[in-house]
Design a protein around this ligand. Sequence first.
Ligand SMILES: C[S@@+](CC[C@H](N)C(=O)[O-])C[C@H]1O[C@@H](n2cnc3c(N)ncnc32)[C@H](O)[C@@H]1O
Length: 666
Amino acid sequence: MKMPLSQKKGFFAEYYLKLREAGGASCEADIAKLSACGTDDERVAYVDQLPWVRDGDADLQVQREFNGKNATVAAELKERATTAFKQKKWLEAMLLYSRCYVTLPHDKLAERSIALANRSATLYHMQKHSECLVDIRRALELEYPKELVYKLYERQARCYMALKDYPRTINALKKCITATDDSTLPADRRSKLHLDAMTMIKMLENDPRTAKQAAKQQKLKEAKSSTPTLEQAQTLPYEKEFVSDLVRIDQNPQEGRFARAASDVQVGQELLVEHPYVAVLLEKYAQTHCEFCFMRTVVPVSCPGCSDVIYCSEQCQQKAAAKYHKFECGLLPVIWRSGASINNHMALRIIASKPLDYFMQLRASLDEELSLEQLLSLPKDDFRRVAHLERHQKERPPSNFFQYVLMARFLTRCLQAAGYFGSEPKSEQVSAIGGLLLRCLQFIQFNTHEVAELHKYAAEGREKSIFIGGAIYPTLALFNHSCDPGVVRYFRGNTIHINTVRPVEAGLPINENYGPIYTQDKREDRQARLKELYWFECNCDACLENWPLFDDLPRDIIRFRCEAPNNCTAVIEVPPSCNDFMIKCVTCGELTNILKGLKVMQDTEMMTRTAKRLYDTGDYAKALNKFVDLLRIMYEVLAPPFPDFCECQQHLKDCFLNLGNVYNLN
Ligand SMILES: C[S@@+](CC[C@H](N)C(=O)[O-])C[C@H]1O[C@@H](n2cnc3c(N)ncnc32)[C@H](O)[C@@H]1O
């Protein structure tokens, strides 16, 4: 039997080629006619009525597939995990128990609790005490066999002991003693356990640290807080959003909207902390990272309906379920198999995150232009915050529109299969959502950020930033590009942080970087890439003045700033061998004393060594402060680009990256 197209891997590309072939001679002419359509709705409607497109619809059958949960597969995984456990292969056992837990059908409460309890034992051996405690709590919340509960409390006590939390150790030991009443332990073993636990409790109660800790914990409890737990640590990505007063969004006809400095900005300052409007994790990381917040996850929570994705906590699972997963559940295998990129998936998720009524009401107003003030005053979760991002619809060729319409049609079918339109979809609603998906695909193209995680290979002293997913940050999406960016971005989960890597004077643009950077890529290559991917000509200083690559930066020239009191912005280039201290500026004719600059260069050598040492010992926060000082001092008297400044900037960027998502591979 022939396999339907939608069952094959990467079927969308095949469907597209097949369709174009079916279009035959009239294909190009039909596609060219798309240029006559003025709106996305018209484009979708036009493509929809092309007979050769309609004929291909049979290839786009989308059906939800729930083959993820499977008690038999879970039982096999459990057996393999237990073998690995017995062989003390802790990591392997932990991963297998995770897969077993995620694969178990949601109603198998006892089995799920056992998988969690077994994983907690593995985590205990791995000395992952906080994670072990999370699994014990979850196992206890499910139907863990009563007669074995004492074991969990015993393990809980050991974990608290390892974490030096004595009041909680005592508490767990007491619960352990009580739980033995339900156990099937022989009398002698039970009394031995009681005796050991009582001895431990007594010892801890006599320890002065216990009372101190208990008082502290009580205080925190009264303040409606508690000691930081792993669950809280995992809510880190939901740290408060923040836009600094130093950032002002402005616009002009040449560059559209962009950020500029409202007043002088120092190096190292935090300008923006933003949650994504939408984010999609790469399929590759679906079993290691939380689908909702992108935190790497040791003790995953799974979706009740599928085992395709994991979450770091119940909160993230519930948020995802409420927002979009109810429509994606059972559809992810189809989306992944289709070969649709995460950008395409993001478009689907944007729509799935809000009810149909929301879009139907908003639709008419989407064609109205919004002023910058109106846009910025919209609530963060308003669709218009992203719908009005740059999409270059006027420059878009018909062939590109055609491809996007086909993808929008496929995504509409996915939503339809997931029940987004209810049991009896109305054709005008389906078309309207098709039009909106087409709009999403356009703005996503220019406004997505790659979410990254820093992979550290300690043994080799190597670090690499790895792309784990994509996201849209509505405020950051208004920042323009420069090949000599003023900021660095790093991520905690999928929350983005933007910090400056050089001073920016009041009124000047604060630009970020879309990929090509002047120290590494030649001007022609940068410009070609920006034109191809973002459809603009870059006119940053590095492009206009054609700054050399880092390796070609002159080492035999020092670039001093003209210090004349007339606000001259010229650069005075001096060879290191120069014997004069008072140098005449060729632009303004005034003299500048370069002694101060030479002294700075001497001082910075020593400071750089200290900063690098701090970095190498892993003290990133301190190293960061040192690099900030260095850049500030250098920038005052010397004018970039020059090698020391670039190197320092790179180190500062690395420090910031180390404060974000990090994965230690050794
Ligand atoms: C992420 S958006 C940035 C905000 C955009 N200017 C706007 O008005 O929404 C990317 C788009 O901004 C424009 N852009 C970004 N950097 C630019 C630059 N340095 N000069 C001119 N246009 C730029 C390009 O049109 C690009 O496709």
